[in-house]
Design a protein around this ligand. Structure first.
Ligand SMILES: Cc1cc2nc3c(=O)[nH]c(=O)nc-3n(C[C@H](O)[C@H](O)[C@H](O)COP(=O)(O)OP(=O)(O)OC[C@H]3O[C@@H](n4cnc5c(N)ncnc54)[C@H](O)[C@@H]3O)c2cc1C
Length: 457
C-alpha cells in the first residue's frame, strides 16, 4: 500500500499532524497500536504552565519567545513562538469545526482548572464545561461550589476535593459542599462497585430518561447559579449536547472534571480527531503495531550530507506486506506509550533504533527523591533530531522521517505543563514540512508567517 504520508502513533501529536496533512489533500495513513496518553489526560490543552526551571508562567506565548535564548534544546526553542501560536490556533479552530470547542482566557493568560483532588492546575485551552478560574484566584467570581458524585462511583471523591479546595486561601469566602446522588436506574449496572466506571455511566446517561433522572437528582443539592462540579461521565458523540441539556434543565453552571482513567474528557478529543480523520478520507490502522523499517543510505561527497531514507515499514497485522510512503512521521509517545523503552542499563527507540538523548548511567535517569520538585530526568529524554525534527540514525539524518510529540527530548511535559502544546505544534510542524515538499501550492494558498516553512524547504 502506498501513501503520501504515514504517521506512526495516533495520540495528540500524530492525529494533529494527520488532520493537517489531510487538509492539504495528502493521502495520509495513521497506524496506532494502543491507547494514547489522551485516555489519561484532563482533556485541557497545556501549552506552558511553568518554565523548565519551575517558574510559573502566566502568558505562555510571551514566555516561549525567550526559549531560543534560555532553553536552546527545548522543542519550543526550535519551533519558535510564531509557529507554536499558529499551530495552537489552528488546533483550536479545527477542534471547534469537528465538534469540541476549546477556549482560552481573552487576556492571553493561562487559567486554572479544578483537578479531581480539589487542587488547581494551570492550562491554556479547556472544553466548554470546564470552569476557567482566573490565574489570580482572588478575582474568582464563583460564590458557591457543589461537588457531586454518583453512589458507587469510585473515581471521583467529592469530600476529598472539598477538603482540599477549602484549604486555598482565596476560597475562604466561597461556600463549598459535597454530595452523592443515588439513581435507582443505575442499580442495573451496580453488579459490583469496582465495575462502575465513567464509561458505564456515560452509556446510561445517553438515554434521555436517565439524563432527566440525573438532572432531577442534582437539583436536590444545588441552586441555579451554583457551580456544580461533576465527574466527567458524559461520553463522546452527544456528550456535550447532553451536558447542555442538564444545564438547561437545572439552571446550574456545570463543571466537568477528569476522573481516574478512563478519562472521558481526553478520550473525547481523541475520538473526535479519529472520527474527523476517517470522515475526511484518511486511512486509520487502529490496533496495528509498527515493528520495523527498511532504509537506503544515500552517500554524498560531503559526508555530512549523506543520509538515510526510509522506504517502507512493516507492521504486526500486515506481516510481510510492507506499507510505503514518501514521508513518515514518528509520533509513538514516550515510555508511557512504549514509543521509548528502558532496559536495565539503557533506553531504546524500539522500531528504528534511533539515536537518543539520554544519560549514560541509570542512576542519572531519576532523582533520588521521588517527589522532588525538580522531577525526574528520564522525563526529558527522547530521540535525537536535527533542527528540522528529522530523526538521526548512526549519526545521519533520516531525510523523510520526522519526529513529533512526547518521543522528542529536551522537555518535561509534566513539570512544565507543556504536553499538548509540544505535541500539537511539533505535529503541525512535521505536517507543514511535508506539505511544503509534496503540495507547496497549498501553503501558497494558505500563507502564514511561519519561518520554519523555509527551513523545511
Ligand atoms: C498520565 C498523563 C496525563 C497527561 N495529562 C495531560 C493534560 O491533562 N493536558 C496536557 O496538555 N497534557 C497532558 N499530558 C501530556 C500529553 O498528553 C502528552 O505529552 C501528549 O498527549 C503526547 O502525545 P503523543 O501523541 O506524543 O503521544 P501518545 O499520546 O503517547 O501517543 C502515542 C501513540 O503511539 C502508539 N504507538 C506506540 N508505539 C507504536 C508502534 N510501534 N506502532 C504503532 N503505534 C504505536 C501508542 O499506542 C499511542 O497511541 C499527560 C500525559 C500523561 C502521561
Amino acid at each position: 500500500m502506498n501513501f503520501d504520508t504515514i504517521i506512526i502513533g495516533g495520540g495528540m501529536a500524530g492525529l494533529s499532524c494527520a488532520l493537517r496533512c489531510l487538509e492539504a489533500g495528502l493521502k495520509t495513513a495513521v497506524i496506532t497500536s494502543g491507547q494514547s496518553a489522551l485516555h489519561f489526560s484532563s482533556g485541557s490543552i497545556d501549552v506552558l504552565a511553568n518554565t523548565p526551571d519551575g517558574t510559573q508562567v502566566s502568558e505562555p506565548f510571551q514566555a516561549i519567545e525567550n526559549f531560543a535564548q534560555c532553553y536552546p534544546t527545548h522543542p519550543y526553542a526550535t519551533l519558535g513562538k510564531d509557529l507554536v501560536s499558529h499551530a495552537i490556533q489552528w488546533y483550536q479552530k479545527t477542534l471547534s469545526r469537528i465538534g469540541v470547542p476549546l477556549s482560552s482566557q481573552p487576556n492571553g493568560q493561562n487559567h486554572y482548572r479544578l483537578t479531581p483532588l480539589g487542587t488547581m492546575k494551570s492550562t491554556w485551552l479547556s472544553q466548554p464545561f470546564v470552569h476557567q478560574f482566573p490565574l489570580s484566584l482572588r478575582d474568582n467570581t464563583v460564590n458557591k461550589i457543589v461537588m457531586i458524585t454518583i453512589d458507587g462511583f469510585r473515581d471521583f471523591q467529592p469530600k476529598l476535593a472539598q477538603d482540599n479546595l477549602s484549604q486555598i486561601g482565596a476560597f475562604a469566602d466561597v461556600e463549598i459542599t459535597a454530595a452523592t446522588v443515588t439513581l435507582p436506574s443505575f442499580n442495573t449496572i451496580k453488579r459490583n462497585h469496582c465495575e462502575l466506571r465513567s464509561i458505564d455511566l456515560s452509556r446510561l446517561l445517553a438515554k434521555r430518561s436517565h439524563l432527566q433522572e440525573f438532572a432531577f437528582a442534582l437539583q436536590k443539592h444545588a441552586k441555579p447559579g451554583d457551580l456544580v462540579v461533576i465527574p466527567a461521565i458524559f461520553g463522546n458523540g452527544k456528550g456535550l449536547a447532553n451536558l447542555k441539556e442538564v444545564e438547561q434543565l437545572t439552571g446550574f453552571n456545570l463543571c466537568e472534571i477528569p476522573t481516574m482513567p478512563p478519562s472521558l474528557l481526553g478520550i473525547r478529543l481523541e475520538e473526535m480527531m479519529k472520527h474527523a480523520f476517517i470522515e475526511q478520507g484518511g486511512t486509520l490502522f487502529n490496533g496495528d503495531h509498527v515493528t520495523q523499517g527498511e532504509f537506503s543510505f544515500i552517500e554524498h561527497a560531503e559526508p555530512e550530507q549523506s543520509h538515510y531514507r526510509l522506504n517502507r515499514i512493516f507492521t504486526k497485522n500486515h506481516g510481510d506486506f510492507p506499507l510505503q510512503a514518501k514521508q513518515f512521521v514518528l509520533a509513538t509517545g514516550s515510555f508511557f506509550s512504549q514509543g521509548l523503552k528502558a532496559n536495565a542499563n539503557s533506553m531504546e527507540e524500539p522500531i528504528f533504533n534511533l539515536e537518543l538523548n539520554q544519560s549514560e548511567t541509570r542512576t542519572e535517569w531519576y532523582n533520588t527523591r521521588f517527589f522532588s520538585p525538580q522531577s525526574h530526568p528520564f522525563l526529558s529524554m527522547g530521540v535525537k533530531t536535527n533542527h528540522q525534527f528529522k530523526a538521526i540514525k548512526e549519526d545521519h539524518r533520516i531525510d523523510n522521517l520526522y519526529c513529533s510529540g512526547a518521543i522528542l527530548s529536551g522537555y518535561n511535559p509534566i513539570l512544565e505543563g507543556s504536553g499538548s502544546g509540544v505535541a500539537i505544534s511539533s505535529g503541525f510542524y512535521a505536517a507543514q514540512s511535508i506539505i511544503a515538499q509534496l503540495n507547496p501550492q497549498f501553503l501558497v494558498n494558505h500563507p502564514s508567517d511561519i519561518k520554519q516553512q523555509e527551513v523545511a524547504l
